[in-house]
Design a binder for this molecule. Structure first.
Ligand code: DON
Length: 313
């Protein structure tokens, strides 16, 4: 990002963020995982970090929140690193669904009955079953360290209350997992796979963590501080493509038109977005639109993308 754009961004961000905050009243905090309903609906924060080491925060971004579906990008990458493309894509597809993130509709309608992509819940549950490790504990620890390395502080902690809250109420995910077992797609004990899945959804991060993870992806897998290769380039390419086509669920098409950046949302209100080769962005805004994406977060990104001509398209 050039000097003049950076100065305009630094000067304008606080007021653009306050303007976007008014959008929070148009959405709702997720309540189907009871613990998430405690979040402040009017909260909004953004952190951006550039390849040349500059960073900027606005709003409420020091607090930690659970990654939820944002973690799916990284479990996909880890599963690819553990198993390779052929194994992973024999069990999950590469296509957007147009349905909500927890829909199981197409699992029965389309043959073979594998989830359409790794970012919907059914797909991410299958991905959880592909994480390497000789015990559940080892699998979860590997995810915590891997994502922690990308955030620049390992290992990330699990929010036990959110984990337990989802474990007790995740009946839809449980039913999908049994369905996938019956289809022969999911191997291993359902409760073990779900423990890995619910735990990676409950990893705690803040906006700066998300921005750094996004920055690694924007650098095609290189650590922004050391230059070390953390992820093979091909797997970053796959992850970024899924972020564009499915990262904002059935709001991905509209988001691609309005913002035009690879991004991934989670039901806690987080959004991770990236400007390829330039910067990583982390946002939290727990009030969600009908697709399950942060309503004010999307609004703010839309504004910034227009102002600075960020769209890739
Ligand atoms: O499985 C679930 O429903 C949550 N743990 C994650 C869903 C999610 O974040 C979808 N995001 N928009």
């Amino acid at each position: 990002m050039n000097e003049s754009n950076w100065s305009s961004l630094s000067a304008g961000l606080p007021q653009w963020l306050e303007h976007a905050r008014s959008e929070t009243s148009l959405g709702k905090v997720a309540s189907y995982i009871p613990e998430l309903s405690k979040a402040d609906p009017s909260s909004l924060g953004l952190h951006i970090r550039t390849v040349d080491g500059r960073s900027l925060s606005a709003g409420t971004c020091g607090d930690r929140f659970t990654m939820q579906s944002i973690s799916k990008v990284f479990t996909l990458i880890l599963a690819l690193m553990d198993n390779g493309e052929d194994v992973v894509f024999s069990k999950v597809g590469m296509e957007p669904t147009g349905d909500s993130f927890n829909s199981m509709l197409k699992l029965e309608l389309v043959q073979p009955g594998i989830p359409f992509n790794p970012l919907i819940n059914a797909g991410a549950i299958v991905i959880s079953s592909l994480i390497g490790g000789s015990s559940n504990e080892e699998k979860v620890t590997r995810i915590q360290s891997f994502i922690g390395k990308l955030a620049g502080r390992e290992p990330l902690q699990i929010d036990e209350q959110t984990y337990r809250s989802e474990c007790q109420t995740g009946h839809l995910n449980r039913s999908m997992a049994y369905f996938l077992t019956d289809n022969g797609v999911l191997k291993g004990k359902v409760e073990d796979v779900l423990e890995v899945y619910f735990k990676h959804c409950s990893l705690l991060v803040d906006c700066a963590d998300l921005a750094r993870m996004a920055l690694v992806l924007s650098l095609d897998g290189l650590d922004p501080d050391t230059g070390e290769r953390l992820i093979p380039r091909r797997f970053v390419q796959i992850a970024k493509t899924f972020m564009v086509t499915c990262g904002m669920y059935n709001g991905s098409g509209e988001f691609a038109i309005d913002v035009g950046l690879p991004a991934k949302s989670g039901v806690s209100g987080g959004i991770m977005a990236l400007l390829p080769g330039q910067a990583g962005i982390g946002i939290i805004g727990p009030s969600l639109n009908r697709h399950g994406n942060s309503v004010a977060g999307v609004h703010l990104l839309k504004h910034l993308s227009k102002e600075f001509d960020w769209s890739l398209f």
